[in-house]
Each structure stands twice: as C-alpha cells, then as structure tokens.
Design a protein around this ligand. Structure first.
Ligand code: DHB
Length: 465
C-alpha cells in the first residue's frame, strides 16, 4: 500500500486492547481483544493484519499454546476470524478461547486483490503473509501472552492447504525475498503443529488424482465460484451455489489421459504404510495404494456404523470376513457413482484458465496461468513460474528439518472438491518423513472444516503437553 503509515517497528503494544465478552450458554467469557495488528512493516494491502485474543486467566501467562486459524477459502483474500457463535455454536476462535488457548487469527492476501491495475495477491502471497504473521508472534514472544514456540495453525480447503504448507515449509530460504519486501519481522516462521481440513493442495498433481478417483463419474455439481465472495468463504456458514452438468466427449478423453498419468506419480513417491509396505499403482490404476485408500473409506464407514447402527448411506457396503476379522468391503465404482464430481475435467488447471487455481497462479499483470504441463500444452495462456508452483505445494517440503512435528488432517468421505488421494498422499508423505500424523476420513462429511471442534481441541490438548 503506497505510503503505508501504520507499519512502525513491529513491536507489540501490550496496552492496546479492548476487554470484550461473549455469552455462551450460562458462561460469560471475558477476553482481551487486540484487533487489527498490522504484522509487517510494509504491508501490501489492508489484509496483513491479525487479531490477538487472550482469555481471562491467561493475561500474564507465557506458556499457553497459540491457536492460529486462517479464514482463507477459494484462494481469496481473508480477514482474521473473530470469536463468534455461528448457528449457535462457537466458531474455532471462540472455542479455543473457551478452552483457555490464546488465539492469533490471521488475515492474508488472495488471488483477486488489486492495487490499481496490478494484482497483489497471487501465489505465493497468501503463504508469505501467514509466515510473516508467525514471525511477528515469534519476534514479540517475550512481550505477548502465550508461547510462540507452540503455534498450532488451522485452516479449511485452500486455507487447509496453506495451513499444511505453513507447517512444512518453515524457514525455507526461497521465501526470504518476499518476506523482506513486506518488512516482515526478523524471526523464524517455524510452527509447532498443523490442523488441515480438506487441504486442496498438490495442485500440479490434483487433476490426475481427480480423474484416477472420479473418472467413472461423468456428472458434476460445480461450486459457482463467481457467486462466492471472499467473506462467504471466510465464515463458510452458507451453502455455496452450484452448477450441474455432464462431462463432454472431449472432457472424457482428457479424463482418461489424466487418469493414466497418476500411477507414475504415486510410484515416484515411494509411499509406505505404517507397517512399511510399499503403496503403488499399476498402469491400470489398480494396486496397493488403491486398496489402502479403499480401506480408509471402509474404516470410516465402520466407525460411523458402530456409532449409529442404522443403515448408512450409501448402502453398498457388505460385511465380510477379511483374514481373521470382519470388515466392510465395497466396489470402488459404486462409491464413486454415489456422489457427483465437484469439478469438470481438468478439475484444477482449466484449459481456458477458468478455474480459481488458474487465478491463484496469475502474476501482477496476468489474471490467470497454467500450472501443469498437461493443460498448458492443450489450452491457451501462459504457465506460471515452476519455482512458484513448487513453493505453494506442501509436498515440496516433506524433507524439511524445521517442519512442524504434528499434523491433523481430515477429508470428509463425501468431499469431492479434491480427490481423497491428495490429502492421503500428504498424510503418508508426512508420516514417512517421521512426522506424527492423525489422519481420518469422517463418514458422510462433505467439503468443509471446523465441524469436530471437540475432537480437534482434544488432539491439540494432547500434542501441546
Ligand atoms: C476451495 C474449494 C475448491 O473446490 C477449490 O478448488 C479451491 C478452494 C475452498 O473451499 O477453499
């Protein structure tokens, strides 16, 4: 932002809070609200702000972990979350405060943001902003309540992708020039733990994963991104509008070509299950990786069934003897045909640069670009810089020694915004890199996040101890 007058020296001002309260049932929660803290010295927009909340009883506490939610959705600009009841339930920020955590909710730039004619929120802006916010908290740790060595980030979908990326890419040198340009505080951006709901990550492989998984389904119900405001993504309480359709003959051909590219990618990762068995795919798309993914779905069904007993939808699961135990089995195609695709083909890198991810990969002057060779070759328009594509993919940083140690990843069984294979590969990759990963596929759950805050905070309680 030209002539920024609100940057200053990035020192936290302890006296600049409002005492606020929220009524939750018969409990009155009082907290200090430090809202709108500009976390960089040279902000590019008015999105580089964070809200810092400290619950009563923790005003002088330096040991409490800091919950750090981002409200990023659709790779759009995001405002920091405020503690609120949503449909009568506490949102993640309020829930964290009720449980005695300190909260730093962060805003970040996104793909639609402009300064005059120039775009200022294209990749990697969002992740640079989240890193700068972490650096602010670390830089000021001595002067702020909470412990900046115990930051737990949280996000959903595009925000889940950024949450995971924040955890794995800690202090990666290629971000330094971007952070310097913003006047980020001189500190580390390492965090402690990651919560990621349905991370729409690994975008350069997501199209192939999508067709490998959903290729048999030709009907789609696409989110109408043009009808969705950044604020709509931010609170995620409404149901997004959708557009229905059926794949064309050309899209079906593209689908088959993308599907056939997926096994080589999976095999290149050398993934292993918890027992050290290699997970691979044959050229046909069958193989141990597929069996592993199927088992994740069958376990999810079994867990829901044991809680509810009733007949669950879809109804094609059969109870079978599996070795010495009973387990559920199903035909993969039945599962795929039980729900519509949320995307046409290609799901992410649109040939006409029409998808939100194309927009995310634009630059200061170009609204949208390609990020896969597949679509660049067949479609119109330029390709994004390979270095930037790598910088926003959590998979690029699995070997990073500074990466967060703890990860909780969720992807609903009824979520087709990205293929389950994508978060599964991320979870396996992290586990194979020695991280502690809690991965699950909640049955019946569609695209969304923060739906199991009780379990999320029980996990956080455990990992911060
Ligand atoms: C989101 C959803 C998508 O389908 C997508 O492609 C990118 C982001 C989201 O909900 O944030």
């Amino acid at each position: 932002m030209a002539g920024a007058c609100f940057g200053g020296e990035l020192k936290f001002d302890e006296s600049k809070f409002e005492l606020k309260s929220v009524q939750v049932g018969d409990r009155t929660l009082k907290f200090r609200a430090y809202e709108g803290i500009v976390y960089v010295a040279k902000p590019a927009s008015d999105y580089e702000v964070l809200n810092f909340y400290v619950p009563e009883g923790k005003f002088d506490d330096k040991t409490t972990a800091i919950f750090m939610p981002n409200g990023i959705g659709g790779y759009m600009p995001a405002r920091p979350q405020t503690p609120q009841l949503q449909n009568e339930k506490p949102n993640a920020t309020l829930e964290a405060l009720l449980r005695g955590y300190v909260v730093a909710s962060v805003g970040a730039r996104g793909r639609t943001l402009k300064d005059g004619e120039r775009f200022i929120g294209k990749a990697p802006a969002a992740i640079v902003d989240l890193k700068a916010a972490v650096r602010y908290l670390k830089f000021n740790d001595k002067f702020m309540p909470g412990d900046a060595n115990k930051i737990i980030s949280n996000g959903t979908s595009a925000g889940g992708a950024m949450s995971a990326l924040l955890g794995v890419s800690a202090d990666a040198p290629e971000f330094e020039p971007y952070l310097a340009a913003l006047g980020a505080a001189k500190a580390s951006d390492e965090i402690y733990a990651v919560s990621a709901y349905c991370p729409v990550t690994n975008l350069e492989n997501a199209d192939a994963a999508y067709e490998w998984m959903f290729g048999a389904q030709t009907k789609y119900e696409k989110m109408d991104f043009s009808a969705l405001s950044a604020a709509g993504f931010n609170d995620r309480s409404g149901k997004p509008k959708t557009v229905s359709g059926e794949l064309t003959a050309e899209q079906k051909e593209l689908s088959a070509a993308l599907k056939s590219a997926f096994p080589a990618y999976v095999n290149s990762l050398n993934l292993k299950d918890a027992k050290g068995r290699t997970l691979t795919l044959e050229p046909s798309g069958e193989g141990s990786f597929k069996e592993y993914l199927k088992k994740a779905l069958a376990d999810s069904y079994a867990a829901a069934k044991s809680r509810e007993k009733s007949l669950l939808k879809p109804e094609f699961f059969t109870l079978e003897t599996q070795g010495c135990t009973l387990g559920y089995d199903f035909k993969f195609e039945d599962f795929v045909l039980s729900m519509p695709r949320a995307k046409a083909t290609p799901a992410f890198d649109g040939l006409e640069l029409e998808n939100p991810e194309n927009d995310f990969f634009g630059d200061a002057d170009a609204a949208a670009k390609h990020f896969t060779e597949f679509s660049a070759k067949r479609g119109k328009g330029e390709s994004a810089d390979a270095k930037i594509i790598k910088m926003v993919n959590a998979m690029s940083y699995l070997g990073n020694k500074s990466a967060a140690k703890f990860y909780r990843i969720r992807h609903g069984a009824a979520d087709s915004d990205t293929a389950l294979a994508i978060p599964l590969i991320l979870a396996l990759g992290l586990q194979n890199a020695g991280k502690t990963v809690d991965f699950a596929v909640p049955w019946g759950q569609g695209h969304g996040g923060d739906y199991d805050l009780d379990e999320l905070f029980r996990w956080i309680d455990r990992v911060v101890k």
